[in-house]
Design a binder for this molecule. Structure first.
Ligand SMILES: Cc1cc2nc3c(=O)[nH]c(=O)nc-3n(C[C@H](O)[C@H](O)[C@H](O)COP(=O)(O)OP(=O)(O)OC[C@H]3O[C@@H](n4cnc5c(N)ncnc54)[C@H](O)[C@@H]3O)c2cc1C
Length: 430
């Protein structure tokens, strides 16, 4: 039976980055992914602000398009911001995940595509025997010290039975990848366009993002929970189609692919981060932001935090044989190593994530269409820089540091708009 120090299950951005860093640190790493190719399950719109490239040492070959304009459109209002410099990227999600897997191999790790995690059992020596099902072939077993659950919303390792799973907020997203004429492409090639409001996207938001080769990503996502005012909606995909037909007025385009996925978010970040030799990262511990649905950067950041603790754990035990460990490092000690991981993640994310959750619930599940129009109209007071801070850094505090009076006034209007029901203490978090 093959043995690895650590097995990472799921080769999304969080799992791929985690595997790459652990392999670089010299550990024996196996990264497994249930799909045989990264072209499958290519679900993410994959937009990010520009610093992500440097922050995670990503090459430009994984970028499909750079953007330098932002637009927000509600039922009756539209606002636009731009810069003469690139503000962000839209990744080719397939290439991004391929690159992380390739880098894992470059650093000496192994990557097995088309291998599905089925279950694991604790061996007598406290190592774990992991059962994998290759796409073509019989179930096989590998031995490891630690399993990383990077399976995204499915949390397939942490929760062996669906019944054990606590309640999550669930959101569904669908996206059309289309190819358009050069003239049409030119209109959208440099912008991230977001749609809010009842007309374009009740209970969530829709978008148009540019890709390369005259392709555009047009999608819609919503929270699967009742809205206080809207009682009936159309099927989700009809909102995406309405953007293509009614907003873009495209008579002709090639539909390259329709894809989508689910996000499941734990209210108040109550996920299980570590249990009996399993550490969870990425969407499996709700690093995706509830308000923006942005999760690539945050999943990779969470993976970096986890890697510090995993590296220490593996180094601490490197002299032990797997057999020795049965009498040596107790599971209790490991729990305390990884409880620090949980604390660090929660310190990093909790404030902003809890506030984003509260704002998201208000905007997506409570506000009237007129109120959403009003909020979008207030955004005219903000500069491009302000908008990047608000949309991508959820960072009202950072924005307000050393701030000019004028900005505080702008901010106050926006806060009053968002408030309508947030408790006073929440307001102080801005
Ligand atoms: C429609 C949509 C649009 C989005 N747009 C953006 C965006 O513009 N920007 C952004 O930053 N984020 C976006 N996100 C969110 C972002 O894509 C996720 O937060 C991110 O992909 C999470 O990374 P992850 O590695 O934690 O999980 P995932 O990317 O979900 O990866 C999990 C992997 O685990 C594999 N897996 C699952 N179960 C098993 C098993 N049993 N065995 C083996 N492998 C398994 C899956 O196949 C998958 O490859 C979007 C999400 C959706 C749904």
């Amino acid at each position: 039976m093959k043995e690895f120090e650590v097995i990472i299950v799921g080769a999304g951005p969080a799992g791929g980055h985690c595997a790459r860093l652990l392999a670089k640190a010299g550990h024996q790493v196996l990264l497994i992914e249930q799909h045989e190719s990264f072209a499958i399950n290519n679900f993410s719109s994959a937009a990010s602000p520009l610093p992500i490239l440097k922050q995670f040492d990503l090459p430009s070959k994984v970028v499909a398009r750079y953007w330098h304009r932002l637009e927000i459109i509600s039922s009756n209002v539209a606002r636009q911001w731009q810069s003469n410099q690139n503000l962000g990227v839209v990744f080719d999600f397939q290439k991004l995940r391929e690159f992380l897997a390739e880098d894992t191999v470059n650093y000496g790790g192994e990557v097995w595509l088309g291998h599905r995690y089925i279950k694991h059992i604790q061996a007598a020596d406290r190592s774990m025997i992991v059962h994998l099902k290759p796409k073509h072939g019989e179930t096989m077993q590998v031995k490891t010290r630690l399993i990383v659950d990077a399976t995204g919303y499915s949390r397939a390792v942490m929760y062996a039975n669906k019944q054990e799973r606590p309640d999550f907020y669930k959101a569904t997203g669908i996206e059309y990848l289309i190819k358009v004429s050069p003239e049409q492409y030119h209109k959208y090639a440099d912008s991230l366009i977001f749609f809010l409001g009842y007309k374009w996207s009740p209970r969530g938001y829709s978008w148009i993002f540019p890709m390369d080769n005259h392709q555009l990503k047009i999608g819609s996502a919503w929270i699967n929970a009742p809205h206080q005012i809207i009682k009936e909606t159309q099927p989700l995909r009809q909102y995406t189609e309405s953007i293509i037909k009614d907003y873009m007025q495209l008579a002709h385009y090639d539909l390259v692919e329709i894809h989508g996925s689910i996000l499941e978010y734990s209210s108040g970040l109550q996920d299980v981060y570590y249990r009996n030799g399993i550490v969870a990262i990425g969407d499996a511990v709700s690093t995706v932001n509830f308000l923006g649905g942005e999760g690539i950067r945050h999943g990779m950041q969470g993976a970096e935090i986890a890697v510090k603790y995993i590296d220490n754990f593996l180094k601490d035990n490197s002299k032990d044989t797997l057999k020795d460990r049965s009498s040596n490092p107790s599971n209790k000690e490991n729990v305390s190593v990884f409880s620090k991981y949980q604390q660090e993640i929660q310190m990093y994310f909790a404030d902003k994530w809890n506030l984003s959750e509260q704002i998201g619930k208000k905007v997506y599940l409570e506000y009237s269409d007129a109120r959403i129009d009003q909020g979008v109209s207030y955004l005219k007071y903000f500069t491009t820089e302000d908008m990047i801070d608000i949309l991508f850094y959820y960072n009202f505090r950072k924005v307000s540091r050393g701030i000019k009076r004028a900005f505080l006034q702008k901010l106050d209007r926006l806060i009053s708009w968002i408030m309508g029901g947030l408790r006073f203490g929440d307001r102080n978090q801005f």
